[in-house]
Design a protein around this ligand. Structure first.
Ligand SMILES: [Fe+2]
Ligand SMILES: [Fe+2]
Length: 165
């Protein structure tokens, strides 16, 4: 059995996966902001779009720390999550449930990011890449905060708005 497929290779492959995903999310968040009815939700998507630019930059720094070129690899998971989100936009645009639907798809994205960053941060620690672990941890914290903010928006108005037709 070949012995060259180490944790470092797995880390590098997963880094490419999330790099692709973040770039996809960067293009998707403005569409979600446009589809949102409430100004609060629009603002939340716009804010996270700006944060996502920072996530892409941090990943570029991690590639650099590894001495590798920043490069994405098609992430089927994010493609699927985003296309389900587009389906919600198509089906609920202008309807009372649109914001609840958008929040649900945004939270699916955040949870995907949280699982990826959680794993990558831990692997970076195991690999002795302290600086990379720190960068990945910063993004992980922002994804978790965004997820909590979305729950707050769902609870404060979006779910009720969706119910009242
Ligand atoms: Fe992100
Ligand atoms: Fe995110």
């Amino acid at each position: 059995m070949p012995k060259d497929k180490t944790l470092e290779v797995l880390f590098h492959d997963t880094l490419k996966d999330i790099y692709y995903a973040e770039k996809k999310i960067l293009k998707t968040l403005p569409k979600m902001a446009r589809a949102a009815q409430s100004p609060k939700l629009k603002a939340a998507f716009e804010k996270h779009r700006d944060e996502t630019e920072g996530h892409v930059e941090r990943l570029q720094q991690v590639f650099e720390l590894m001495g590798k070129r920043a490069q994405g690899k098609t992430c089927d998971a994010i493609e699927g999550i985003v296309s389900e989100g587009e389906e919600i936009i198509d089906n609920f645009k202008g309807m009372p449930a649109i914001d609840a639907g958008l929040i649900s798809s945004a939270q699916a994205v955040e949870h995907y990011e949280i699982t990826r960053y959680g794993t990558l941060k831990r692997w970076a620690e195991v690999l002795g890449m302290g600086d990379a672990a720190k960068l990945l941890g910063q993004t992980l914290a922002e994804e978790s905060k965004t997820d909590e903010a979305l729950t707050g928006l769902a609870d404060s108005f979006a779910n009720d708005m969706a119910k009242a037709a």
